[in-house]
Write a protein that binds this ligand. Structure first.
Ligand code: C5P
Length: 486
């Protein structure tokens, strides 16, 4: 079929495609293919750009009836005690929107029933090479080729021997011989069987043939008192490996870049038990850290007190006060990009009480406030080690754009992400954000541009911001490598 090039897409459609493809971890081209397929097959997902899914309805873990799966796997379940883990594997694959059709060897049916496999996969289960129902049109050839990947779990010593020898005397081995798809084996057997010279020979032969292996892991065996290499990999490990094979890795436009991010509120102590704080949840800063990490950056996140887990692969430093935050930010330099998403308290108490303040008849204790260091302004105005791109946030309750433009000039940063945090907006603590990206164009006499984005989830804002950063960094990229942080 001829390839299709679409020109003159308007910006809203391009942004929608970028967000949707990033969310689904596909290339934009592949996302367009999926959309076309969905349209043609009558799936009724609206094509309204930025239609954000309702808060209370998370993505379904399994495919909706009639939904188009993105990839399909033929899962061959061999006859071993580890076959019970394959039931979980079916669930894990389906969670990843991978359609699973299962084949059980005769021995496998001694460990798991076709009924439970069928109930989990929502598909009929295949067990017999000579089944008239599926073989009237050479069903084993369809099972071998109408899929994107074949996974064998557990791959027993016997099944691997058959594969290595090119046997095809049952449905599983016939499929493995007839396939032109990648094959991923998850071996599981007793350590003596795994180490046996015959198995070693077969494994080596299969690897030469291009067959891929995951595991086996070492650990306790089902046989009492035995341990060693031979345990099948966990279902989640196999599902992750399958997903990697099925979906090419995302582009990593920030690979080699160091991104420093602040997030959350700060707590400014009044005495050992009381503090001044604000309602920032840290969600936006954490989402930016995750998006930058996914884009390949080395990410350092300096966070005030928040109730959020560390994003995977990100170096997180937790602090309490503005002064601690500044200290950690300075220690993390140099960075290529610094994003100050924290809601830093502007003031702190001048004389923090060493003991808990007591109620006295003298009335309320006077709280003398002093100004906190401005982290964004301090870093923006550095002469040495200033990150080439410094981005601030402006949380405003009125005159959003004007205040943000003034802030951009006053703080000396390059971009400001302005957002309305009036109580009616629900931004503080909520999951969505409506932002305006205000940037100073150094190449154009410092001209200020305002790019207003539609309402998005904080994750989508993060992905979009990282996409803008990647574009700007790529455009500039005459960068020299950074010194390691002190
Ligand atoms: O609080 P304000 O509106 O001035 O915050 C604007 C930007 O400045 C935000 O990016 C915030 O993280 C940063 N900021 C800072 N240190 C402060 C106050 C604000 O880094 N003391």
């Amino acid at each position: 079929m001829a390839s299709l090039t679409i020109r003159k897409l308007d910006d809203a459609v391009k942004t929608y495609l970028r967000l949707r493809s990033a969310r689904n971890r596909r290339s934009v081209e592949e996302e367009v293919r999926v959309i076309l397929r969905e349209l043609i097959e009558g799936r009724e997902e609206p094509l309204t750009p930025f239609a954000v899914p309702p808060e209370a309805s998370p993505a379904p873990a399994t495919l909706r009836p009639g939904a188009v799966p993105e990839a399909s796997v033929t899962l061959i379940i061999g006859g071993g005690i580890a076959a019970f883990k394959s039931l979980d594997l079916i669930r894990r694959l389906k969670e990843r929107r991978i359609e699973v059709r299962c084949v059980l060897t005769k021995a496998a049916t001694q460990f798991v029933t076709p009924l439970s496999v069928s109930a989990l996969s929502h598909e009929r289960v295949y067990t017999d090479l000579f089944d008239p129902q599926s073989e009237f049109d050479a069903g084993h050839i369809r099972l071998a080729r109408d899929c994107d990947l074949i996974v064998v779990a557990p791959a027993t010593a016997d099944l691997m021997a058959k594969m290595a020898g090119g046997h095809a005397d049952d449905l599983a081995s016939a499929i493995l011989l007839a396939t032109n798809r990648k094959v991923l084996l998850a071996p599981a057997m007793n350590p003596l069987m795994w180490n046996n010279a015959a198995t070693r020979r077969n494994v080596a032969q299969l690897q030469r043939d291009g067959v891929l292996l995951i595991g086996p892991n070492s650990g306790e065996m089902a046989e009492a008192g035995e341990a060693g290499i031979g345990r099948m990999s966990e279902a989640i490990e196999i599902a992750n490996a399958a997903e990697k094979l099925l979906r090419p890795p995302l582009p990593r436009p920030l690979a080699g870049k160091r991104v420093l991010i602040t997030a959350g509120p700060t707590h400014e102590p009044i005495d050992p038990v009381r503090y001044i704080a604000n309602r920032s949840s840290g969600k936006q800063g954490f989402a930016i850290a995750a998006a930058a990490q996914a884009a390949g950056a080395e990410v350092i996140l300096v966070s005030g007190p928040v109730d959020l887990d560390d994003p995977g692969g990100v170096k997180v430093t937790r602090v309490e006060s503005a002064r601690q935050m500044l200290e950690q930010v300075q220690a993390a330099l140099p960075a290529d990009i610094a994003i100050f998403a924290a809601a830093v308290a502007d003031w702190r108490v001048a004389n923090e009480g060493e003991q808990k303040l007591k109620k006295t008849s003298a009335g309320m204790p006077p709280l003398q406030l002093v100004e906190n260091p401005d982290i964004l302004a301090t870093i923006s105005k550095l002469t040495e080690k200033r990150p080439p791109l410094v981005i601030g946030f402006a949380a405003e309750t009125e005159h959003l754009i004007d205040n943000a433009k003034t802030k951009l000039a006053r703080k000396g940063c390059d971009w400001i992400v302005a957002n309305d945090v009036s109580p009616a907006s629900g931004v503080m603590g909520g999951d969505r954000n409506t932002v305006h990206l205000i940037s100073k164009n150094a190449e154009n006499n410092g001209e200020i541009t305002v790019d207003s984005w539609p309402v998005m989830t904080k994750e989508q804002v993060a992905i979009e911001l990282v996409a803008h950063i990647a574009k700007s960094v790529t455009a500039k990229s005459a960068d020299k490598p950074l010194e390691p942080a002190s």
